[in-house]
Design a protein around this ligand. Structure first.
Ligand SMILES: [Zn+2]
Length: 401
């Protein structure tokens, strides 16, 4: 039995979308929230530790639905292939600690080189160092195509229904929490054609089925319309990127209740470093950049749930800077501050099938939350200000700063 902790005199933004609750309290017992609110406070046992949070704002722990923890943000991601995996694993441990201290208590790693993420996850669970809760997709399942050699060890090449099924089973055997597949070509490798469909519907369906047997979902990398439609038909839960979706593809997503995980702020990073990143990436990014904002706005209008993801680890897209995407969604008038926070908490938890455990601050949920020095609904930049995050708690335990 851990000592219960009562956080008092805080402004509570519980993630449910209602107005902030003034002078609220939150009680944590055995890693879980047992009370949250400002009325009818339950009887507190005498050994309870009381923390006065006057002037502070509490929000749920943030969730990034799309990262690549084993990538470092090099100017050219190809450089990763020159780094030894053992050194890389240590680097990832540090970067996951940075990510947690930035307020991200859960991350979904959608495709990893050589299962480094599973090692880091085991290290965190063993208590060797602090890091977020990690959901790992293992290797990305991709058809034989040009470009996969750019990320050595990240793909499991599979062709045909049986091979795709086997590839999915291999990831699950390795310990994957979800599956990730390529429904279209990619921006970040030289041969990828983002507009071109890749795996066929029946191949993707085999992957989705294998995950579903174990209650695990499938994420699809998909830029353009036909690939999105194929992936939704196959039963994937989340569409990653969706940069070139059209009205028809969005309609198919809306009807199926598929989640969209845009990774939008990275396109500005490409522009900011246009002289340093490979020309082919910049060229492909520019093709989609102009229409991407409108596509996300349209998706929201059509009722498609949009959850937050960063693609952290890609060029200049550093781990620990994940909240930049939340700010970007607000800056670009895609979402209100409240909606952007929900995209990174409640909606994100639903997208990754963790909503019973995380995403909101309600009794029964895991005690993952942040204490902020300012009201994020008035000024969302508090999430990236130095000192803006006063404390991060994961499973009721304070993260060491
Ligand atoms: Zn990605």
């Amino acid at each position: 039995m851990e000592t219960p902790t009562l956080f008092t005199h805080l402004t509570l933004i519980d993630g449910l979308g209602g107005p902030p609750l003034e002078d609220a309290s939150l009680l944590v017992e055995n890693q879980c929230i047992t009370f949250a609110g400002n009325q009818n406070l339950p009887e507190i046992s005498p050994d309870t530790l009381v923390k006065d949070c006057t002037g502070q704002f509490m929000i749920p722990g943030l969730i990034d639905c799309h990262i690549h923890m084993e990538l470092h943000g090099f100017a050219d991601t190809f450089q990763e292939n020159l780094v030894d995996d053992k050194l890389r694993t240590l680097r990832v441990a540090k970067q996951m600690n940075d990510t947690l201290r930035a307020g991200f208590t859960t991350v979904r790693n959608v495709g990893c080189v050589n299962y480094i993420d599973l090692a880091v996850k085991a290290g965190i669970e063993a208590g060797y160092f602090q890091g977020p809760e990690i959901l790992s997709a293992g290797r990305i399942i991709s058809m034989t195509c040009s470009g996969t050699e750019y990320f050595e060890g990240m793909y499991r090449i599979a062709d045909g229904v049986d091979d795709c099924r086997k590839a999915a089973r291999e990831q699950l055997r390795a310990g994957a929490d979800l599956l990730k597949l390529m429904a279209t070509g990619a921006v970040m490798n030289p041969g990828g054609v983002p507009g071109a469909p890749q795996l066929n519907v029946d191949e993707m369906r085999a992957v989705v089925e294998e995950g579903a047997k174990l209650g695990k979902h499938t994420a699809a990398h998909a830029h353009a319309a036909q690939g999105i439609i194929n992936a939704v038909k196959a039963g994937v839960r989340t569409i990653e990127h969706g940069t070139m979706a059209d009205e028809k593809a969005l309609k198919v997503m809306a009807d199926a209740g598929t989640y969209l995980i845009p990774t939008i702020s990275l396109h500005d990073l490409f522009e900011a470093h246009s002289n340093e990143i490979p020309a082919f990436m910049l060229e492909k990014s520019r093709e989609m950049q102009n229409t991407y904002l409108d596509i996300i706005k349209q998706a929201i209008k059509m009722g498609i749930p949009v959850a937050m993801g960063t693609d952290a680890g890609t060029n200049y897209n550093y781990h620990g800077k994940n909240a930049a995407e939340i700010l970007y969604l607000v800056d670009q008038d895609i979402m209100t501050p409240m909606a952007a926070i929900q995209a990174a908490t409640r909606t994100a938890a639903r997208a990754i099938m963790m909503e019973k455990k995380i995403g909101t601050l309600e009794p029964g949920k895991q005690a993952d939350f942040l204490l902020l020095t300012e009201n994020p609904l008035n000024r969302i930049q508090v999430l990236t200000d130095s000192g803006g995050i006063a404390a991060v708690y994961k499973k009721g335990k304070a993260v060491i700063f």
